[in-house]
Design a protein around this ligand. Sequence first.
Ligand code: 0GY
Length: 295
Amino acid sequence: MPERIVSWHADPSTPRYTPPPGAVDAHCHVFGPMARFPFSAKAKYLPKDAGPEMLFALRDKLGFARNVIVQASCHGTDNAATLDAIARSGGRARGVAVVDPAISENDLARLHEGGMRGVRFNFLKRLVDDAPKDRFLALSRRLPEGWHVVIYFEADILEELRPFVDAIPVPIVIDHMGRPDVTQGPGGADMRAFRALLGSREDIWTKVTCPDRLDPAGPPYDAFVEAVRPLVADYPTRVLWGTDWPHPNQQDVLPDDGSLVDIIPRIAPTEQAQKLLLVDNPMALYWPEIGAARQ
Ligand code: 0GY
């Protein structure tokens, strides 16, 4: 068996920035524990266990109230580990599932009962063997009421994906802004193409996440901040933020989650922008019943 990797920082710092009450970490994952929830035979990386207790301890340490747990590719289409984590959260986590597009209506309903509110379509070849656009599209037409799709792709296939994205009949969340080259700056080709996508319909949201994956210079992630701050300013009601803990498949640099939190006021400088990014926007997508009651 290949060596199981640790991809997260052993001792993240306590952030200087305090998130607003009710803040949501809208992109994180759990791994295993493998003894109860074995990894997929098709997993492209084999992580050490990073279960719900660790995730919830980090949530508290970073000053967050809720998590959106995204099914990680190492668990394939068996959502048991993610559902278990949601069940242990005491109502403070919801999730995004990865499913076989042939999933039955009953199984979708069960995922909804377990706290899932969307499905993820992953187009990264290094993470998944195939991404059948036609079958994903068919699935997106029969999702439970209120669900959205999360799409993960890299900037070089954005144009090719446009007809697929345009045809999806439910709201869309794009992971990590479609992985632009942030060193091109806020007006670079990748950001321009991504903005064109956001401009094409009102119901596309994006996670302004993963400086550690997008900024080759590393901390303090100045290129990421410079490229992303104007996007948050221009689309304040359509951005989400998350740690990406336990940072699947990161090996060279293990990001310090406290430092990641400290980027928030640099990309969303006002209290109003921070509340939208961390509370109102994710609540509207994942806890609409509470989000609406609060208005
Ligand atoms: C992320 C990014 C990655 C991995 C996964 O499901 C996953 O394995 O999402 C990645 O390797 O870029 O969003 O966590």
